[in-house]
Design a protein around this ligand. Sequence first.
Ligand code: GDP
Length: 444
Amino acid sequence: EMFGQLTTGLETAWKKLKGEEVLTKENIVEPMRDIRRALLEADVSLPVVRRFVQSVSDQAVGTGLIRGVKPDQQLVKIVHDELVQLMGGEVSELVFSKYKPTIILLAGLQGVGKTTVCAKLALYLKKQGKSCMLVAGDVYRPAAIDQLVILGEQVGAPVYAAGTDIKPAEIAKRGMQEARKKDIDVIIMDTAGRLQIDKTMMDELKEVKRVLNPTEVLLVVDAMTGQEAAALVTTFNVEIGITGAILTKLDGDSRGGAALSVKEVSGKPIKLVGRGERMEDLEPFYPDRMAGRILGMGDVLSFVEKAQEVMRQEDAEDLQKKIMSANFDFNDFLKQTRAVARMGSMSRVIGMIPGMGKVAPAQIRDAEKSLKVMESMIEVMTPEEREKPELLAESPVRRKRVAQDSGKTEQQVSQLVAQLFQMRVRMKNLMGVMEGGSLPALSN
Ligand code: GDP
C-alpha cells in the first residue's frame, strides 16, 4: 500500500489516545511525538514537520471535542485536515491559454519519467477532448527522441522531432509553427534532463521558456527521492520560474516525503501524479484524497465530518429558534451574541437566517464590536431585568444603574432596550413572512 509505513507510524499515535476522554496538553505529547517520528521517517523535511506538529497540537488542545467524537478520532480528523492544507488544500488544475495552442513545457532530471509523462499527459488531455502535439527537445539523447516518437504513436499524438543537430529553442519555434498549421490545442515540449542540475541545462531551459512563453512550466520529479524532490522544485522555480510539479512513481514504495513537502517547501503545487508505467497512469493530485489514503481511515473521517455537520446544524437551528421567538429577552440576546462569537463568523450565522443576504466584512466587524458593547451592559443587569426588558423600559433609575455598572452611557442603555423591542417586532414580522409566505396552493 502506498505510504504504508507512514500510515502505520501514524496509527501508533491514535492508539495512545484510546480510552481518553478529552484532548489535553499532556495526553497529546506522546501521540505528537509519534506523528513527528512518522513524518520524519516518511522523509518530510524537518521545518515542515515542526510547523505541522505545532499546528496540529494547537488545534488539538484549542478546539473542544465534537459531541460524540472520541479524542483519537478527533485527532485523526485534525491531522487529516492539516495534511490536506500541507499539500495545498485544493486540487491545482492545469491552466489553458485563451488562444490555441496552450503550451506546456516539461523539465526534469534524467530518469524521473519525463518522457513518459509527455505521452501520458497527451493521453490525459486527449480524453478531455484536446488535441496534443509532442515536441522532442531532448537533443542530447537520440534514444529519448525515438522513445517519444514511439510513445506518441502509442497515445495517438503527433510528435515533432528535428533531430539532434539543432538547438532546443529552435526546435521549440518550429514545433509551434507546426502546431499552428495542424490547429493543435496543446503543445507538450520535452526537454533534456541531466543527472544533476547544471548551468547549461538551466540556460537552455530559460531560452526555451523565453521562446515558447508557455502557460505551464512543470517540473517532473520522482516521488522516490522524498524531500529532495521538494528541494528540486524550489531550485527550478527560483532559476527558471515554474508553475507546478508532476510527481511520478507514486506507485512505488515511496515514503511520502515528496508528496507532503513539495507545496510547503517550494510554494508550487503538485498538479499531476504518475502512478504506474502504463500510459493511463496519470491523474490530478487531490490533496484530500491523498490525505485520506495516507490515513487509511475513511470511515472515521466521514463519521467526524458528519458529527461536525450535525453540531453546526443544531447550533444554527437553536439560534434560529431563539431569534424567531416573540419573547426574545436579554438572556436570548446574550446567548445569541455568545453563540455568534463561538461560531466565529457573524456572516455565517446571518447567512443562515432566511431572508438575510450576504453582509460586507466591514459591517460584520462593526456588528461584532457593537455586540460586545451590548454584552457588557446585559452582563450587569439583574436576572429579572434580563427576563423582563419592560422593567428597564419603564425605569430610568434601573437604566442609570446599568449604565454606571457597565461603564456605558445612559443613552447607550436606552438604545439597547429600544433595540430589543425593535427586534421583537422584526422577528414577529419575519415569522409572519415565513409562515404565511409560502406559495398558495393551486386550486382546480
Ligand atoms: P526520463 O529520463 O525522465 O525521460 O524518464 P523516462 O520517461 O524514460 O522514465 C524512466 C523510467 O521510469 C521508465 O522505465 C518508466 O517506465 C518509469 N516510470 C515513469 N513514470 C513512472 C511511474 O509513475 N511509475 C512507475 N512505476 N514507473 C515510471
